[in-house]
Design a protein around this ligand. Structure first.
Ligand code: XMP
Length: 322
């Protein structure tokens, strides 16, 4: 296994990095085709723009609608990239993902379900259809660190776990951002001319809202956490935090509505100050902001009776719940 040498954001020459990676992608893919998946997250947005610069229409970009993305995200991301002149195709894979989640409650098994469905099932078929030999993906150094340290099996890490994607899935994986952390990726996004709304966006994990549902991931439970996510993101959009999110707990608690007892769901809000996601501190949000979010969530989502705010640092917490 090759040791990855970190390129620090402060020390990087962005144009040189882009030129080097464009050359390397062209060299690897040759006259052939590559494909990639765009989720709308910062890393996949940057890798899509980089791959497009290197390969033009020999890069085929798909948005996998896995059923666990945020409100209207697949259509919005597709439209934003079309505007940049980068064509993307939305693939409906919701059934395959929800089937894989059935009965799965263990966090690592849930992550594995995402990985297998994404790389073997959905991408396996797309690779055959597109005749591509390469998958371009936005793995970053933090993903590798956490997987190797055994903290979380990040959905997009293989070589460092001794898995050969060629043998396991039938195609090779190119990872041009692997020496970078999030701050470096953002610089590359800016250097590639992406709009700030894309590269400065708060991070969103590969396993999407499944990383924010404790217990079984079902369409109903995703719908619930999706609504809470929309409320939290809207309320905090002007807060200069690293990341903010809503989590659906597995345990229900006794609450009350209209003077009657309800055994309802709990949403946990997290908001993080961090530079590179390796360590993080809860943002000291004003109480009024917290109270407003709680009121909006319990008003808009009848199934939720309790809202909490995380006050723990990473470590011991992690940023996502799963
Ligand atoms: P954690 O929860 O491990 O998250 O403290 C650290 C950062 O990584 C994001 N994250 C992921 N990103 N694939 C990704 O591409 C994943 O499997 C994954 N899991 C977590 C998370 O949102 C945070 O920014």
């Amino acid at each position: 296994m090759t040791k990855i040498k970190e390129i620090k954001a402060g020390a990087m020459n962005v144009q040189k990095f882009i030129d080097d990676k464009v050359r390397a992608i062209r060299q690897a893919v040759g006259e052939g085709y590559a494909i990639n998946a765009l989720s709308g997250g910062v890393d996949s947005a940057v890798v899509t723009a980089l791959g497009h610069k290197a390969l033009g229409n020999r890069l085929k970009t798909y948005i996998i609608d896995n059923g666990i993305m945020r409100e209207k995200e697949p259509a919005q991301v597709a439209a934003a990239f079309k505007k940049l002149g980068i064509p993307v195709e939305v693939v409906d894979a919701q059934k395959a993902f929800f089937k894989a989640f059935q009965g799965v409650t263990d966090p690592e098994e849930k992550r594995e379900a995402v990985t297998q469905t994404f790389y073997k099932d959905v991408f396996g078929k797309l690779v055959v259809k597109s005749k591509a030999k390469y998958l371009l993906q936005g793995t970053i150094l933090t993903d590798v660190d956490e997987t190797v340290a055994g903290i979380k099996r990040q959905h997009n890490v293989f070589e460092q776990l001794g898995i050969d994607p060629q043998k396991a899935f039938g195609y090779k994986i190119l990872e041009p951002l692997i020496e970078l952390r999030k701050d470096g990726v953002r610089k590359v996004g800016a250097g590639l001319g992406l709009p700030e709304s894309m590269f400065a966006r708060i991070p969103f994990p590969g396993p999407a809202l499944a990383a924010r549902v404790i217990g079984e991931v079902t369409p109903e439970r995703i719908a619930l956490v999706r609504k809470a996510t929309g409320i939290v993101e809207a309320a905090l959009k002007n807060v200069p935090a690293f990341q903010y999110l809503a989590i659906l707990h597995e345990d229900r608690v006794t609450g009350m509505r209209d003077g009657k007892r309800v055994f309802g769901n709990q949403i946990e809000i997290r908001c993080w100050d961090s530079k590179d996601a390796r360590t993080a501190k809860p943002t000291r949000l004003p109480y009024e902001v917290l109270e407003k979010m709680a009121a909006k969530i319990t008003k808009s989502i009848p199934e939720v009776v309790s809202v909490t705010y995380n006050i723990t640092t990473k470590p011991t917490s992690t940023i996502e719940a799963v």
